[in-house]
Design a protein around this ligand. Structure first.
Ligand SMILES: Cc1cc2nc3c(=O)[nH]c(=O)nc-3n(C[C@H](O)[C@H](O)[C@H](O)COP(=O)(O)O)c2cc1C
Length: 189
């Protein structure tokens, strides 16, 4: 890998790690999955944690949601992010490993949630028809525990694309098994 590709790769993962810490546009990513019928499905999702060495992104969701069902049947997924400061698109392709209630990853993440985040997992299942929006502030936060799940996304590739007038650049990184440097190449935008 040339130095500039190495820098781009390191900067991309560093930007994701920083974004997971708090207020940052790259913290809201788009997660695309495949439905049982083979349609693509996409939604916004908060990036909760990054494990750079393992190329892992952690997301949280309700185990009764459509996406939880989808990734249980087909773990292939794409994560898309737009970093306005660097005018960069990050497209990561990989696999999702769901960890539901009772799993260590879910228990650890649950303990780190605020009361308000825990309340997200109380009440009726996602997509249940309602007569009007339902407030969760009267609920008991711990009741959400059994509906809470962690989605661990492991990247298999990263497609990096930066648009700058007169200097559009795109690079593709592919990950091998284990802790080895990715293969890296410039590609046309
Ligand atoms: C800014 C934003 C952040 C969101 N973050 C999450 C999240 O972290 N986890 C989640 O399950 N849903 C999140 N959602 C809701 C999802 O986008 C989606 O509407 C919902 O989870 C149902 O998706 P599904 O039917 O594909 O499972 C977020 C929505 C918005 C607008």
């Amino acid at each position: 890998m040339t130095d500039s590709l190495k820098d781009i790769h390191a900067a991309s993962w560093s930007a994701l790690s920083t974004a997971a810490q708090g207020d940052n546009p790259l913290r809201i990513l788009t997660l695309a999955t495949v439905t049982p019928e083979g349609w693509p499905e996409a939604r916004s999702i908060v990036l909760r944690r990054v494990e750079e060495r393992e190329r892992l992104l952690e997301f949280h969701t309700d185990v009764r949601s459509g996406k939880w069902h989808e990734v249980g049947l087909d773990g292939r997924a794409t994560v898309l992010g737009w970093d306005p400061d660097r005018r960069t698109q990050l497209r990561l392709s990989g696999r999702i490993y769901p960890a539901g209630p009772g799993r260590e990853a879910a228990a650890r993440a649950w303990e780190g949630l605020s009361k308000w985040s825990k309340l997200t997992y109380t009440g009726p299942a996602p997509a249940t028809p309602l007569k009007e929006p339902r407030a969760t502030n009267g609920d008991e936060p711990e009741e959400g525990r059994e509906q809470f799940g962690v989605l661990l996304f492991q990247a298999l590739s990263l497609d990096w694309c930066q648009l700058e007038r007169g200097n559009n650049r795109r690079a593709y990184f592919e990950y091998e098994e284990g802790d080895v440097a990715p293969t890296a190449t410039w590609i046309a935008t």
